[in-house]
Ligand binder design. Structure first.
Ligand SMILES: Cc1ncc(COP(=O)(O)O)c(C=O)c1O
Length: 370
């Protein structure tokens, strides 16, 4: 009866929805896989070599908790140039996920409210629940833009934190500068912490990504190497924000993750010298192709300006997100039901981090299902 030992917090989540999808997917023979949340380009050779060199040079022990000085100094110089905030500090973390865990541990007390935009990155509600916080959802349907009045109305005396993600997983939508500015100023006005998850910053196609940190010197920003350099398995990210918060997160890292993977921090330093813009341009073209293909087939889909996802509405009369995805899987197309990312199940997520020929096959199935 060992399951009786399980803590209450483990009972708060349910991953059966996505498990069912992957159970169905396991029976596919020649899957057109447009479900993937990581890039399909290879890791640049010089980055691989830097990892190998670091391992051979015996840089395999613990690093300083906050990260190797050269990487930290490089990241700090970049953000000093970008923001010029005298109090902004950086911490190298075990992925963006590690940074998110530490930020929630550092900021959220049991009973505190955390505002999450729906649709959301799957991890957010679970992370909030893990620290005993209460998720308060602000919907962004149908265009996935932020309605600042809705956010203002969701703020209560218990609101501690707003979790913001642009470009968004799962919608691919990039918040406009005026939306981002309004959110940054709203958080400052209400003395609420604002965390900006900018992991898809490289994949921002129609202009530079506006960051709330441009308008709110206390904004906490998480970023990572996973997507930009196709190293999702390396577990490397960073976070920057007010020194007092970064200090506490560093202490929490010391007592949890200890440090980010040491040899790979040297590879990250090399990665920052590599220009990945050709890959971003390639993904921007795929995005255009997918949006056009979907619209021509009659799908209603918000214009995605970033990441590598689009989030179309299930066509009228074609059931829920889960029902539609079950039918897509019967046709060898693997996509993800919107209900995985939302309290609604009316959409589906398609990832275009796949070769154009695969995207064409996927669009063929979607034309048929429309
Ligand atoms: C919005 C968002 N944040 C964070 C992460 C986690 O990234 P990392 O590999 O850096 O932990 C992901 C990965 O899918 C993501 O989509």
């Amino acid at each position: 009866m060992s399951h009786h030992w399980l803590a209450q917090r483990t009972l708060q989540f349910d991953s059966s929805g996505i498990r069912k999808v992957f159970d169905l997917a396991a029976k596919m023979k020649n899957p057109i896989n447009l479900s993937i949340g990581q890039p399909d380009f290879p890791v640049p050779d010089e980055v691989k070599q830097a990892a190998i060199d670091a391992i051979r040079a015996d840089r395999n022990g613990y690093s300083q908790t906050q990260g190797i000085p050269l990487l930290r100094e490089r990241l700090q110089a970049d953000l000093d140039r970008a923001y010029g905030h005298p109090d902004r500090r950086v911490l190298v973390t075990s992925g963006t996920s590690g940074a998110l865990v530490l930020a929630l541990l550092a900021l959220v007390d049991p009973g505190d409210e955390v505002i999450i935009f729906d649709p959301y990155f799957v991890m957010y509600p679970a992370l909030v629940a893990k620290v005993g916080g209460k998720a308060v959802y602000v919907e962004t349907y149908p265009d996935f833009k932020i309605d600042i009045d809705k956010v203002a109305a969701a703020i209560t005396p218990r609101t501690k934190l707003i979790l913001f993600n642009s470009p968004s997983n799962p919608t691919g939508v990039v918040a406009a500068p005026e939306e981002t500015k309004a959110l940054a100023e709203l958080a400052a006005r209400h003395n609420v912490a604002l965390l900006s998850d900018e992991i898809y910053r490289l994949f921002t196609y129609d202009g530079p990504l506006p960051s709330p940190a441009q308008w709110n010197a206390d904004a906490i920003v998480v970023d990572g190497f996973s997507k930009s350099y196709a190293v999702t398995g390396w577990r490397l990210g960073w976070v920057h924000g007010p020194a007092a918060i970064i200090d506490k997160m560093t202490m929490l890292q010391q007592y949890t993750f200890v440090c980010a993977p040491h040899p790979l921090q040297w590879a990250a330093l090399a990665a920052l010298e590599v220009d990945m813009s050709a890959h971003a341009a390639d993904y921007s073209n795929r995005r255009r192709m997918v949006l056009e293909g979907l619209r021509q087939a009659g799908y209603e889909v918000a214009t995605a300006g970033g990441a590598f996802y689009v989030f179309p509405h299930v066509p009228a009369g074609r059931g829920s997100g889960h029902e539609f995805v079950a039918r897509a899987i019967e046709n060898e197309l693997l996509i993800i039901p919107g209900g995985i990312f939302s309290r609604r199940d009316t959409h589906f997520r398609l990832s275009y981090a796949a070769p154009p020929a695969t995207l064409e096959r996927g669009l063929d199935v979607l034309r048929k299902l429309a």
